[in-house]
Structures are given as structure tokens and as C-alpha cells.
Ligand binder design. Structure first.
Ligand code: HEC
Length: 152
């Protein structure tokens, strides 16, 4: 009888182990969703913002002049992805494009302010630029994560 119970216990432990392993495997099997090209474009914009922050602190206006257009004229996702994005945002397309336009304009102003070595104007334009990022993120980021990555 003792061995019977021991066997049951061993079986139960084994079963628990198998379940644990298979759930681990399942996690590994569930390929992370391929990030949008938009995501890499955004990350590059984030890095460019950091470059600009550091350059502004050093009054290195040349670097600000060189970096601003990388944000103003950031690359676009490939056509297929654009179509997926447009299909998802539907009637919000003008709002989405409007935010992108604000980012474009603010980044251009930032570049101009840096070209005239006007530190205060650089900082004001940078604030505008950050606001343009923020307002698009507040409106769209969460729903993009939910739709394209199935994340809550
Ligand atoms: C027109 C809308 C829009 C504008 C403008 C915009 N973003 Fe984004 N951004 C998004 C969306 C949508 C995502 C989520 C993309 C994804 O998860 O694939 C995102 C994601 C990001 C991320 C990745 C962070 C994360 O984990 O989601 C960074 C960094 C980022 N944006 C930086 C910026 C910066 C810096 C600016 C302004 C200079 C900016 N974005 C302007 C829409 C925008």
C-alpha cells in the first residue's frame, strides 16, 4: 500500500513537472509577434530625441541641425504595413496624419532654431516636438499594442 501511495505521489509530481515544462514550452513556442517596421522607426526617433537632448545641453547646435531632419522626415513603413495600419485606424487616419504632421513641423522648427543658435527657441521647439509625440501616443499607442501585438 505504501508503494502504491508513493507511486501516486511520484506520478503526481511527474505530472506537475510535465505540466510546468509544457507550459514553459508553450511560452517558448508562442513566437513573439513580429514588431511593426513602425516600431523600429519609432525607436530610432526616440534615440534621435536623446541625441538632441545631449546636444542641446552641450550647445552643440550643429548636431541638433543634423538630427532634427531625421525626425521631421523619418522613414515610412513599407507599403504593405501602411495598408495594415490604415485599415486598422480607419476613420482616424486624419488624426493620425495630423499628429505626424505636428511632429514634422516641430522637428523642422527645432532645426531652424538650432541653425540660428537660439538656445531658448531650440528648447521651446523641443517641448512642442515632445508634445506632438505624446499626443499621438496617448491617442493611438495602446490600441496599436492591443491590435497588432494582442497586448492589453
Ligand atoms: C502619428 C503617431 C505617432 C507620432 C507622431 C509619434 N509616435 Fe511614437 N509611436 C506611435 C505608435 C502607434 C507606437 C506603437 C508602435 C508599436 O508598438 O509597434 C509608437 C511607439 C513609440 C516608441 C516605442 C515605445 C514602445 O514601447 O511603444 C517610441 C520610442 C516612440 N514611439 C517615440 C516617438 C517619438 C520620440 C516621437 C516624436 C518625435 C513619436 N514617437 C511620435 C505613434 C506615434
Amino acid at each position: 500500500m505504501k508503494t502504491f501511495h508513493t507511486n501516486i505521489a511520484a506520478l503526481a509530481t511527474g505530472f506537475a513537472l510535465i505540466m510546468a515544462c509544457s507550459s514553459l514550452l508553450a511560452d517558448n513556442d508562442a513566437e513573439p509577434v513580429e514588431p511593426l517596421a513602425l516600431f523600429a522607426i519609432m525607436e530610432a526617433m526616440g534615440e534621435n530625441m536623446q541625441t538632441i537632448t545631449a546636444a542641446t545641453a552641450g550647445e552643440d547646435w550643429e548636431t541638433v541641425v543634423e538630427t532634427s531632419p531625421l525626425i521631421a522626415d523619418h522613414p515610412q513603413p513599407p507599403l504593405g504595413e501602411k495598408i495594415r495600419i490604415l485599415a486598422f485606424i480607419g476613420t482616424d487616419v486624419s488624426a493620425f496624419k495630423g499628429h505626424d504632421g505636428q511632429t514634422h513641423d516641430a522637428a523642422q522648427q527645432l532645426g531652424q532654431a538650432a541653425a540660428s543658435e537660439d538656445g531658448e527657441a531650440v528648447i521651446a521647439a523641443f517641448a512642442e516636438l515632445q508634445l506632438s509625440c505624446l499626443s499621438c501616443h496617448q491617442r493611438f499607442r495602446k490600441s496599436f499594442k492591443a491590435h497588432f501585438y494582442d497586448r492589453k
